[in-house]
Design a protein around this ligand. Structure first.
Ligand code: SF4
Length: 202
């Protein structure tokens, strides 16, 4: 049976970020990411060597789902070869899917899968955004750390996709005011506050 490498799963929480903020959902957090963002909040800043991967079959992942929406995050979901079979199995149950990605590896998935593109090319040019993602993404979410990020991607931000700026949490006393200033410069962007962290839920 096909399996994926899993970081963790949890059910019956809410989406704390972006377009679907506040929506009840389950999370499947896939293992592994080579991008090494310095502020990574899931443990992959150094490549994730301290995190234990669990091999879990798709049928077992489906069996534990409880919410109508399933968020597949990482790590970096698009690096796993069985991502597409996982999405197809979830869609067969009638549930909706959101996937969060840095966009650095491409796979063709059903158009019904909501894709959140959170580009990290400015942090690690070895993992540029695959061009197809700028068209395919249903929303773009940019983590604000030094405030230069929206300008780095500015040529791609004219698309119809909803655009969110998310203050980097670890340094939020500095990044929240920085992000609020950027919202004045980019009036079509909206704030993504990581609501789950304020509510102290997974
Ligand atoms: S792309 Fe995401 S999971 Fe990977 S290191 Fe950066 S923040 Fe962490």
């Amino acid at each position: 049976m096909p399996f994926l490498l899993i970081h963790e799963t949890f059910q019956q929480t809410i989406q704390g970020e972006g377009y679907w903020i506040g929506t009840p959902c389950d999370f499947i957090r896939l293992y592994g990411c080579p991008v090494k963002c310095p502020w990574c909040d899931t443990g992959y800043a150094d490549g994730g060597g301290a995190i234990a991967a669990q091999k879990v079959e798709i049928t077992d992942l489906i069996a534990e789902l409880k919410s109508d929406r399933v968020v597949i995050s990482g790590g970096e979901p698009f690096f796993q070869t069985n991502l597409k079979p996982l999405t197809e199995a979830i869609l067969k149950t009638g549930k909706k899917i959101s996937i969060e990605t840095s966009g650095s590896r491409w796979q063709l998935l059903s158009e019904t899968v909501w894709i959140t593109l959170s580009p990290k090319e400015h942090l690690n040019p070895e993992f540029p955004v695959i061009p197809e993602f700028w068209q395919r993404a249903n929303e773009i979410k940019i983590v604000i750390s030094d405030g230069k990020e929206p300008y780095f991607y500015q040529q791609y931000l004219q698309a119809e996709s909803p655009l969110f700026f998310q203050p980097e949490w670890n340094d939020r006393d500095r990044t929240i005011p920085l992000t609020l200033n950027l919202l004045r410069e980019f009036p079509h962007a909206r704030l993504s506050p990581q609501l789950h962290k304020y509510l102290q839920i997974p």
